[in-house]
Design a protein around this ligand. Structure first.
Ligand SMILES: [Zn+2]
Length: 168
């Protein structure tokens, strides 16, 4: 289901200490869609639901960060959009996630972003369909959104890790 073993995902996390790294769990269910249709690997930890993990393959190497969410959703009734896939969703389907930029637990610094609660942007993007006759065909829509998703997720991970290195 995932192209790497748990040990590789753990080792790839750049913003956690070794004690936290050892507690990382794989997703309980296989991730959908499959690897070839994915622009990042993301899931919530089955043993620690406030945690999420994000990984991308950058210049051939797996790179990742841990995120935490304190609230399960944003204020009721607010229109919200995930910063990665930019597909509007109901308020309870998007949450604020924060990535620590310090590998020492005492430090409070972090970067936050609104993301799909299940970190399932890939499934959303692959299911895109044209809404009006003026929209490009589904295949083109998906290709365009996948490229943007890959770019935004990689950029977020890179900026978190750049700050984490600066404070380490
Ligand atoms: Zn999303």
């Amino acid at each position: 289901m995932l192209p790497y073993p748990l040990s590789t995902f753990r080792a790839a996390l750049g913003n956690v200490d070794d004690a936290t790294r050892r507690t990382v769990r794989l997703p309980r269910h296989p991730l959908k869609p499959s690897s070839q249709l994915r622009d990042y690997y993301g899931w919530r930890d089955p043993s620690a639901p406030q945690r999420g993990y994000l990984f991308t393959e950058q210049t051939g190497a797996l790179t990742g960060i841990m995120l935490t969410t304190t609230r399960t959703h944003t204020a009721a009734g607010r229109a919200v959009m995930c910063e990665f896939c930019r597909i509007p969703r109901r308020f309870e389907q998007v949450a604020l996630f924060t990535a620590s930029t310090a590998t020492h637990q005492r430090s409070q610094s972090g970067l936050g972003t609104y993301l799909c609660v299940d970190l399932d942007c890939n499934a959303r993007v692959n299911a895109l369909q044209p809404l009006t006759p003026l929209d490009p065909p589904a295949e083109a829509l998906v290709t365009e959104h996948r490229a943007a998703l890959a770019r935004r997720s990689a950029a977020f991970i890179t900026s978190v890790l750049r700050q984490a290195r600066r404070t380490a």
